[in-house]
Ligand binder design. Structure first.
Ligand SMILES: Cc1cc2nc3c(=O)[nH]c(=O)nc-3n(C[C@H](O)[C@H](O)[C@H](O)COP(=O)(O)O)c2cc1C
Length: 247
């Protein structure tokens, strides 16, 4: 095997320095650069080399139309969450804003995962000065997801339904190589499960085969110097991930 050009220390420090970017400059990203990070994503291993995923690249008016529809739906959903009876009744009657795909991600986390999810939320909102019970400010902050945090490019990743979790795993491996490639080129990225609840909006713009379903989005662009980009989510030690031996 060819010897790696980087040292183990350089690899560890490079991979650790990738952080999710949640505020982007409007600076456009060259199409060749997007193609290159996708190409780098394709160096990941894959289940029987099937590559059971697809990517829709949204830029310019297509991205803006998707974002506008997402924001309208989020507004309807958020109004029902934080507002009075009328928006709740409107949502129940029109169903406009309710998830149309991936309903499972709207369910509460299982007890073993709740503390981790709560911690990242608490830490991130804490950095942004958003108080715990301030649902309006939290929802306004979440709305940034539907603006793709200002990114000029949004990727939508779809997985082949027939391979279930194995397709999800392949897409995840692809995404990580893509995100590290982007990082090496000065680009920021943020994976976005938030967009997975309205797959129909993306299908209106892209010809996605019915055997694929939406996994998540990835915002791509040049990071701004907004405070949110200084956020450092906790990283668990390897010991937290290893299963103990049976006694
Ligand atoms: C599949 C996936 C979906 C995610 N969805 C969102 C999202 O909708 N909004 C968001 O702000 N961050 C999202 N994230 C980013 C995670 O919150 C982030 O990766 C985690 O907190 C660790 O932080 P780091 O990426 O900076 O290391 C997502 C990450 C993954 C892998």
């Amino acid at each position: 095997m060819k010897k790696s050009a980087i040292t183990p220390e350089q690899f560890s420090s490079f991979t650790a320095s990738r952080r999710s970017t949640r505020a982007f400059l409007q600076t456009p990203v060259a199409p060749e650069l997007i193609e290159q990070i996708i190409t780098d994503g394709m160096t990941s291993p894959s289940w029987s080399n099937t590559r059971p995923f697809l990517v829709a690249v949204a830029t310019d008016e297509v991205k803006d139309r998707i974002s506008a529809e997402f924001l309208k739906r989020w507004e309807a959903l958020s109004a029902a969450r934080v507002g009075g009876l009328i928006p709740k009744i409107r949502l129940a009657l029109t169903r406009y804003g309710l998830p149309t795909s991936n309903y499972s991600i709207t369910k509460p986390y299982e007890p073993d995962l709740i503390p981790r999810s709560q911690k990242v939320g608490r830490d991130l909102y804490g950095l942004l000065g958003i108080k715990r019970g301030d649902k309006v400010a939290r929802d306004a902050s979440w709305a940034e997801n539907y603006k793709f945090f200002g990114a000029p490019v949004e990727l939508f990743v779809f997985t082949h339904k027939s391979l279930g979790k194995f397709a999800g795993s392949d897409a995840g491996l692809f995404m990580q190589s893509l995100m590290l490639s982007a990082h090496s080129r000065g680009l920021g990225t943020c994976a976005q499960g938030a967009v997975a609840i309205w797959e129909d909006v993306i299908r209106k713009e892209f010809d996605v085969p019915a055997r694929y379903s939406l996994l998540c989005g990835i915002a791509v662009g040049y990071p701004s110097d907004a405070v949110v980009n200084t956020f450092q989510a906790e990283r668990l030690p390897a010991s937290a991930m290893t299963v103990p031996r049976k006694k």
